[in-house]
Design a binder for this molecule. Structure first.
Ligand code: DAH
Length: 339
């Protein structure tokens, strides 16, 4: 019997040594120690052993069992350690590798151009202010000398929240809000989004940006306006840039003008960029209408002022020679990174 037990244990140990995975160990356990395992079978056949030998044989079987259990446990631990080590090896981080660069965005060309415009006007002593995008009809039209039935309202159709509230069509209402505060003199620019019910194409968008300008003080004249915008154009487009004032009409200024700058591409000779004219239109402006001053509580006999409105996208497209406004709104990082 002792021989037989020894043979069984040795046999089991051999198999354990040869085992190459955790499952095999389990199979061995079942084959020797399970309900129908070889050792268990021996225990079952104890009735055939003589009563005086039984305790001895029982002890031998139990010893064999303990040996096998211990060896199986050791082997199992060995496997688990190996698996863990392999995993650690796989997950090792090489700290000498270069780090992944964080994905940085890029400033939008509109913002680059706006920063430039702000820098120029702040340099001339202007304050930068903001007004609401959702605006009262009163500020967007009425107070700018555009009464209910004025045809100018047609050109600036917009999105109405109700009959009194709308998405502003221009940054000009910020003029009124600043004048109403009553602090004089005023020297401000007001950049921001405006909205119109326009279809999207290469030069139009239902949402775009304007920069409003307003100066109110004693003795402000049209020559102040001309000098200011001439200086602005030079700083923005280059020292050699000239400006041209063409008579125009805006309800909130009198007189009013549109301003062209000499084409910075051809210097005024005429090219594809300026459609052969040598000039490029950049903004609308004029002397603030006495009605507008009065409505905002400023005495037009004592104070005068000028105002102007620039389309930011127009400046951006010109400055960076982009020929389709839609590119500015697609936010394709490959496009944006070029500026
Ligand atoms: N608000 C005008 C527009 O959207 C632009 C404009 C023209 C603004 C003349 C002004 C100005 O302040 O004086 O078409």
């Amino acid at each position: 019997m002792q021989e037989k037990l020894k043979a069984i244990v040795n046999d089991a140990l051999e198999k354990m040594k040869a085992a190459d995975q955790l499952d095999t160990l389990n199979d061995i356990k079942v084959a020797y120690l399970g309900k129908k395992g070889e050792l268990t079978e021996i225990l079952k056949s104890m009735k055939e052993v003589s009563p005086e030998d039984r305790p001895k044989v029982g002890q031998l079987v139990n010893e064999a069992r303990t040996v096998l259990e211990e060896k199986l446990e050791d082997a199992k631990k060995g496997f688990l350690n190996k698996i863990k080590e392999e995993q650690i090896k796989k997950e090792t981080i090489d700290v000498t590798l270069p780090a992944k660069r964080p994905h940085m965005g890029h400033r939008h060309p509109n913002n680059i151009a706006l920063d430039e415009v702000e820098r120029i006007f702040v340099g001339m002593g202007y304050e930068v202010v903001e007004g609401p995008e959702v605006e009262y009809d009163y500020y967007n039209f009425e107070a700018l000398n555009i009464p209910a039935n004025h045809p100018a309202k047609d050109e600036q159709d917009t999105f109405y929240v109700n009959s009194n509230i709308l998405l502003r069509t221009q940054t000009s209402p910020v003029q009124v809000r600043v004048m109403e505060e009553g602090k004089l003199p005023i020297r401000m620019i007001a950049p921001g989004r405006v909205f119109r019910s326009d279809e999207v194409d290469a030069t139009h968008s239902p949402c775009f940006n304007q920069i409003e300008g307003l100066v109110i003080d004693k003795n402000i004249t049209f020559s102040d306006l001309k000098g200011t915008l001439a200086e602005f154009a030079k700083q923005l487009f280059g020292e050699g840039t000239k400006v041209k004032f063409r008579p125009h009409h805006f309800p909130f200024t009198e007189p009013s003008a549109e301003v062209d700058v000499t084409c910075f591409k051809c210097g005024g000779d005429g090219c594809r960029f300026c459609k052969g004219t040598g000039w490029i239109e950049i903004l609308g402006c004029g002397m603030v209408h006495p009605n507008v001053l009065k409505m905002s509580g400023i005495d037009p006999e004592e104070y005068t002022g000028f105002a102007f409105g620039v389309g930011l996208e127009r400046i951006t497209l010109l400055k960076y020679e982009i020929d389709d406004m839609r590119l500015l709104y697609e936010n394709d990082i490959r496009f944006l990174k070029q500026f």
